[in-house]
Design a protein around this ligand. Structure first.
Ligand code: SAH
Length: 507
């Protein structure tokens, strides 16, 4: 019996104004499980890298006018995609219902009988001023906020903005989509009675590394903006609150403010690196370079996990190995004690941190995540453990890991069994290409396999983008690939990488 086909749900999700940290938890959750994502020019591209493997990514609006889909076409597309997929995310910059035409899309879905949900987002209208140090309301300065579009000021349509009412409104005014008419708008406001000396600001690319803010007054702002060469996307803020930026502009004070840094996602993951860099004010874009897939021999992997407890040592080579190992382990056992009393070694601090999440401390770990250093550490600690001779070791690693650990442990007369926990393949390059097209100040590489995958994806580095390489093995891989390294991070640790970047970027 054939089942009647039902339509999937379309989620109109606000992606926030640019900083991926301003996306909501609900939005992120949906993005991770979406089968299809329809996004447009102002959705922050980097959030798309969390989409699952095989997600149907549709660009519904390239900036600059070429390829832009008409609203009608987008509405049709959403209906079509809802019939093809279970979970369709329509990702929109800022909030979907704030000048985002989300209302029209929801109406089209309603009309077509497609279920939909709205996930509000942080609007640029509020976050933009906040990131420039301008509180849109303030108890002693402004108790009213008027939000308007700068696009509908010609009075032709019934919903058009009434300039006289706008000029006489007290408090703060925020104008979106007003850059094309900026001068005209400021003139009209003054004609309608707005005091020419009212403070005004224009904030471009708010909440991203490219954020720029120009301040002046209603009578001077158009010239100031022209002089600074600021264009769209930008928003206009008018009102006395603008002067508070003098005291409150917090973002420019951060050491990496204004830097756009691409973090190539590696086997060791890049979460911590991204977090540290963005806390220092950088705009961090995580670039997927690889996909983690199951190992070629799944049965051998499962058997190795089940029998892990019979080894004297378990050596974990990467955080991913730890994750995959315990995913498999807990699908068989319920109790961590089934692991037995094996000693545990980790290739580096990242791997040890992942083990700690499972309540396991490591017995041996080098300070840097390098196979040779792990072997040195085993040798140095020989007396503590009575050497490796006749010890059985389970080595948990990726399909194409370097053989050093196997060879060196075998040389020391250990019996090494392998547990190949996952395989690594290059990521699909289309998203990465789009991310790189937007330019960057720095790009980081933390492992040689990431370099290899980056090269395999046939990507081009943005112009003037400097390359940061962590550790000598990564450096060599870059050199072999013909990529010039601008910044060498001497130690193979994330902290050292962040330190090196901060030192180099000191203004
Ligand atoms: N739904 C969006 C607004 C869409 S209209 C929101 O809630 O933010 C597009 C306008 O929003 C742009 O013309 C610009 O005025 C403003 N805008 C969006 N993102 C911006 C950003 N990062 N910086 C400055 N202005 C932005």
């Amino acid at each position: 019996m054939s089942k009647e086909k039902t339509a999937g749900c379309v989620y109109l999700v606000g992606a926030g104004p640019g900083d991926p940290g301003l996306m909501t938890v609900r939005g992120m959750e949906l993005l991770k499980r979406a089968d299809c994502v329809v996004y447009d020019a102002l959705s922050p591209l980097q959030v798309l890298s969390c989409c699952k493997e095989g997600c149907d990514l549709v660009d519904a609006g390239k900036r600059g006018g070429n390829h832009t889909l008409s609203q009608e076409k987008i509405n049709e597309l959403l209906v079509k995609k809802a019939w093809e997929h279970r979970c369709v995310v329509r990702l929109k910059g800022g909030d979907p219902f704030v000048f985002g035409r989300g209302g029209e899309e929801a109406q089209a879905l309603q009309k077509a009988g497609i279920p939909f949900e709205i996930v509000p987002g942080v609007s640029s209208a509020l976050a933009g001023p906040a990131y420039a140090g301008i509180p849109v309301t303030h108890r002693s300065v402004a108790s009213q906020l008027t939000l308007v579009t700068g696009h509908e000021m010609d009075g032709k349509n019934a919903a058009a903005v009434q300039m006289d009412a706008l000029a006489s409104a007290p408090g703060t005014k925020v104008i979106l989509m007003g850059m094309e008419n900026l001068r005209e708008l400021m003139n009209q406001l003054q004609q309608e009675g707005q005091a020419p000396e009212t403070p005004a600001a224009v904030i471009q690319w708010a909440t991203t590394a490219r954020q720029r803010c120009v301040r002046g007054t209603v009578s001077t702002i158009a010239d100031a903006v022209a002089q600074a060469g600021i264009g769209s996307p930008a928003l206009i803020v008018i009102g006395d609150v603008v002067d508070l930026a003098e005291e409150l502009s917090w973002r420019d004070r951060l050491p990496l403010a204004g830097r756009r840094i691409i973090v190539t996602r590696s086997r060791e993951q890049a979460g911590r690196l991204s977090q540290l860099l963005s806390e220092l004010g950088a705009e961090v874009i995580s670039l997927p370079t690889l996909r983690i897939v199951p190992p070629a021999d799944k049965r051998a992997f499962a058997e190795a996990v089940v029998n892990a407890r019979h080894h004297d040592w378990i050596v974990f080579s990467s955080p991913n190995g730890v994750q995959k190992f315990f995913d498999a382990f807990f699908s068989v056992y319920e109790d961590l004690r089934e692991l037995g009393g094996s000693r545990i070694a980790a290739l580096g601090p990242g791997t040890a941190a992942e083990l700690r999440k499972h309540g396991l401390m490591v017995d041996v770990m080098p300070k840097e995540a390098i196979a040779e250093k792990l072997i040195e550490e085993f040798d140095r600690r020989e007396d503590d453990f009575g050497g490796l001779e006749h010890c059985s070791v389970l080595w948990v690693h990726a399909q194409q890991a370097r053989r050093i650990i196997f060879d060196e442990l075998t040389k020391r007369k250990a019996i090494v069994d392998e547990c190949i926990a996952y395989d690594v393949k290059p990521a699909d390059s289309s998203l990465a290409t789009r991310i790189l097209e937007n330019g960057a100040d720095l790009i980081t590489f933390t492992s040689s396999s990431t370099v290899r995958h980056f090269v395999a994806m046939n990507l081009h580095l943005p112009e003037n983008c400097r390359v940061v390489s962590m550790g000598p093995v990564t450096g060599r891989a870059l050199q072999e690939a013909g990529i010039r390294v601008d910044l060498e991070v001497p130690l193979h640790t994330i902290e050292n990488m962040v330190e090196t970047i901060c030192r180099a970027e000191k203004k």
